[in-house]
Design a protein around this ligand. Structure first.
Ligand SMILES: Cc1cc2nc3c(=O)[nH]c(=O)nc-3n(C[C@H](O)[C@H](O)[C@H](O)COP(=O)(O)O)c2cc1C
Length: 208
């Protein structure tokens, strides 16, 4: 590879184009957030970086709550719309045909059409420059039951998740490994592959 050196920039990718809902069930809003991620495992902590000029900024700051709704291919057009129009001017969720339900632990609502909703409570706000980072505890997670197998294991690969990189949206492609596969013994790997093939067949896939 022959590399060019560029000035520092926000070039990390892919990131989730997360649909972040805030406000209340009666008056919900959502904005799209690319600058998000996991900060800590125990306790589970996340962040979203939001420009203070966003309509959602004060909703989140005043309530101290938001929900991260994982984006899917099915709702990616709505995800983009919520990232280019402001809730100050319209009910974006209604416009996109998205609906909300009450969360379990917080009063910010979750988006029904997203398969995984992370209920978040703000613990710190860090002023960084263009954006303020809301650091939050993930106080509850809601998952679509159709993504669970009979043992209760979550299969996110079936959710149709999507990603965002350098201004473009992508559907996640085929699975190319799993956690620790680079060091796993061949016999264990073979068993896992066979199991995955069997599950694929059971789920109507051709197992290839
Ligand atoms: C893919 C994508 C990623 C975005 N990421 C962020 C982000 O991380 N932080 C932010 O403040 N705005 C981000 N935006 C812009 C806001 O979503 C956008 O300004 C939105 O209209 C704000 O809505 P609101 O005024 O209803 O709060 C992003 C937009 C898109 C399309």
């Amino acid at each position: 590879m022959k590399k060019q050196h560029w000035p520092g920039g926000a070039m990390l990718g892919p990131v989730p184009p997360a649909l972040v809902s805030c406000g209340t069930v009666e008056k919900p809003n959502a904005l799209t957030i690319g600058w998000t991620g996991i900060l800590n495992t125990i306790p589970p902590k996340t962040y979203i970086s939001v420009r203070p000029e966003r309509y959602s900024y004060n909703l989140i700051k005043e309530s101290g709550e938001f929900v991260i709704n994982l984006p899917t291919e099915k709702i990616v057009k709505a995800v983009d719309y919520c990232g280019v129009r402001s809730g100050a001017k319209e009910d974006k969720l209604a416009k996109c045909g998205l609906t909300v339900s009450p969360s379990v632990k917080i009063s910010a609502p979750m988006v029904d059409q997203s398969p995984v909703n992370l209920e978040c409570k703000v613990t710190d706000i860090v002023h960084l420059g263009s954006h303020d980072m809301f650091i939050a505890d993930i106080v509850g997670v809601n998952v679509d039951e159709s993504l669970l197998d009979e043992k209760g294991k979550l299969h996110l690969s079936k959710a149709g998740l999507c990603a965002y990189a350098h201004g473009e949206y992508f559907a996640l492609g085929k699975q190319i490994g799993d956690f620790g596969f680079s060091v796993r013994r061949k016999s264990v790997q073979k068993r896992r592959n066979m199991q995955a093939k069997k599950e694929g067949r059971k789920n109507g896939k051709n197992g290839k």
